[in-house]
Design a binder for this molecule. Structure first.
Ligand SMILES: Nc1ncnc2c1ncn2[C@@H]1O[C@H](COP(=O)(O)OP(=O)(O)OP(=O)(O)O)[C@@H](O)[C@H]1O
Length: 351
């Protein structure tokens, strides 16, 4: 890739109590959403289908008007008076790259630069193509490029005007698994290099964990939890977050400070709690043990993946309760086999 080209300082986004209903009387699809993106941050809106991710992005872009709440981009209020999409300094990249088929790669990137003085357009377009590593393809037509290359052209077209904020709506979902992975890493590198603040929408938890500096876990239009991927994964605030981000075992029990009594025995807790509690234990935080203090289980099913395996086990002390145990020892256990398991890391109480 060519040398880094200077771009203006990235300008953050601030949403306060943003609310949007598509029809009066219906529940809001974006509900009192407040969040702030830091300069240069890659922030992901993650959540199940219909939770309001795309609507939030459309509100930020100015393609929808909020019912209440405020949007400010680079410290500038977008709501009163309403700032139209083309005046927001925002770049958009969608799922279907939507390149102009009759324009070359260079032509596609130049298209968004009509507002610049003529002499600046070509150098800016070429500089941006260099940033995304497509200089040698500038005369190609879109149909002569791979899906990943087309997506990089779409990114270059959105980045060329140097937007204060880049909005990416499921931009990798049309790519096959391998290309998706590499394109995602490339795009992440390009955004980092250009210092762009970006908001990504995805329903793919692995993508959100790999791409983001912080993620916003959305549910029914609200932010259920905001944090770094590690924070949200290791310390899910709610059972919904624990289940949505990776697999999780939820156990009910009774807490007394940093311990909870559960069907698995005494489980240490990352934070103090008291009384009835639900704890989230990741499958990788459970292990088979020879220790007689371990909880008795019967192996119900095995998902063998070569390097590791996930077992479904039934707890002897809890009737039908089943747990997932991630195992990296390589020791194969048969279905129906009896074994013991223990918790290897403190668990998190969730609401
Ligand atoms: N123009 C519209 N008119 C009425 N309802 C809409 C409109 N656009 C979206 N909705 C509804 O608003 C809710 C949120 O939609 P939105 O597209 O924001 O969700 P999402 O989280 O992006 O979902 P997905 O991951 O499936 O794209 C859904 O119930 C959807 O049906």
């Amino acid at each position: 890739m060519l040398a880094r080209t200077p771009t203006p300082a990235a300008v953050p986004l601030d949403l306060q109590h943003l609310t949007k209903r598509y029809a009066p009387g219906l529940p809001p699809v974006v509900d009192q959403l407040s969040l702030t993106a830091r300069p240069g941050e890659l922030l992901t809106l993650l959540g199940p289908s219909g939770c309001g991710k795309t609507t939030t992005l459309r509100l930020i872009a100015g393609l929808e008007r909020p019912d209440s709440g405020t949007i400010s981009i680079g410290g500038r209020d977008m709501s009163v008076p309403f700032v139209p999409p083309e005046r927001r300094g925002v770049g958009l990249v969608f799922q279907d790259y939507a390149l102009f088929p009759h324009l070359s790669v260079l032509g596609n990137v130049l298209f968004g630069l009509q507002h610049l003085p003529r002499a600046q357009r070509l150098p800016r377009a070429r500089e941006t193509l260099a940033l995304v590593g497509l200089t040698v393809f500038e005369t190609r037509m879109p149909h002569q490029l791979s899906g990943g290359q087309q997506q990089r052209v779409a990114l270059a077209r959105a980045l060329a005007p140097r937007p204060a904020l880049l909005l990416l709506d499921e931009p990798f979902s049309n790519l096959d698994a391998q290309l998706r992975h590499s394109t995602r890493q490339e795009v992440r590198g390009i955004l980092r290099q250009s210092g762009t603040t970006a908001i990504l929408v995805t329903h793919d938890q692995e993508e959100a964990l790999a791409f983001s500096d912080r993620l916003v876990l959305m549910r029914s239009g609200k932010a259920e939890q905001i944090g770094t991927p590690a924070e949200v994964y290791t310390r899910p605030a709610t059972a919904f977050v624990a289940n949505f981000l990776g697999r999780s075992n939820l156990l009910s029990g009774t807490a007394d400070r940093f311990m909870a009594r559960t069907a698995l025995g005494i489980v240490p807790l990352v934070e103090a709690a008291s009384g009835p509690v639900l704890v989230s234990v990741r499958p990788e935080h459970l292990a088979f043990t020879e220790d007689l203090a371990g909880a008795e289980v019967t192996v119900v099913a095995r998902e063998f993946r070569g390097r590791d395996a996930t077992y479904t086990v039934r707890l002897a002390a809890a009737g039908t309760q089943e747990l997932l145990v991630h195992d990296t020892t390589g020791l194969i256990r048969a279905e129906g086999e009896r074994a013991r398991i223990q918790v290897t890391q403190p668990a998190r109480p969730v609401s």
